[in-house]
Design a protein around this ligand. Structure first.
Ligand SMILES: C[S@@+](CC[C@H](N)C(=O)[O-])C[C@H]1O[C@@H](n2cnc3c(N)ncnc32)[C@H](O)[C@@H]1O
Length: 176
């Protein structure tokens, strides 16, 4: 009897987890795959963040970009995360590891990006192309967009940093 309940709880939890991941893959920007730390630092360096810059990560994961942008560059880091499990991990990182920045639960598409100075992303190219319209509409002149791994729709990058070992390509754009 107890074993049956435990199995039922595990199966339910796995089903909920897979359903949420499936939903995010279809309607969001793809599932949680953390950027390797070495790449996080390279992306942030490439973004040339200034103290006080508003830095958004549109799919924050555990909040690593937001944390290091805030801690190492004095940025006002804000991340959006729509997966409740991953959001929980990000909040735990902040609570127990004292990670910095602000993590907002939900779909970034429901939030305005008009005050962004820097936007970082690590998402599937198919969905980045879909988000391009929102970026074109909201991002102000001068905003830097640094995309780890994938290009953004029909945008022409200002610079592409080539793949180097485990560090994937980095695409840098600037709104003109
Ligand atoms: C590939 S992971 C990258 C995580 C983190 N930025 C990193 O680089 O380690 C993409 C994350 O974006 C989240 N995500 C996808 N679509 C989203 C959306 N529309 N709004 C907010 N978060 C989203 C996913 O749940 C996932 O955690």
């Amino acid at each position: 009897m107890i074993l049956g309940i435990i199995v039922l709880i595990i199966v339910s939890a796995v089903t909920i987890f897979l359903s949420i991941s499936f939903y995010i893959t279809i309607f969001g920007g793809g599932p949680f795959v953390p950027t390797p730390m070495i790449s996080v630092h390279k992306v942030l360096k490439a973004a040339k963040i200034k103290k006080g810059d508003k830095v958004y990560d549109i799919g924050a994961g555990d909040g690593r970009f937001v944390h290091f942008a805030s801690k190492d560059y004095g940025a006002n880091g804000v991340g959006f995360e729509m997966d409740p499990f991953v959001y929980f991990i990000a909040k735990m990182r902040q609570k127990f590891w004292k990670w910095k920045g602000k993590i907002i639960y939900g779909d970034f598409q429901k939030h305005s990006l008009k005050d962004a100075d820097v936007l970082v992303c690590y998402m599937m190219p198919r969905t980045l192309a879909k988000f391009q319209k929102k970026f074109d509409k909201e991002l102000k002149k001068g905003t830097k967009i640094v995309s780890y791994g994938f290009h953004i729709g029909s945008w022409k990058p200002k610079k592409v940093i080539k793949k180097e070992g485990k560090i994937a390509q980095i695409f840098i754009y600037q709104v003109s």
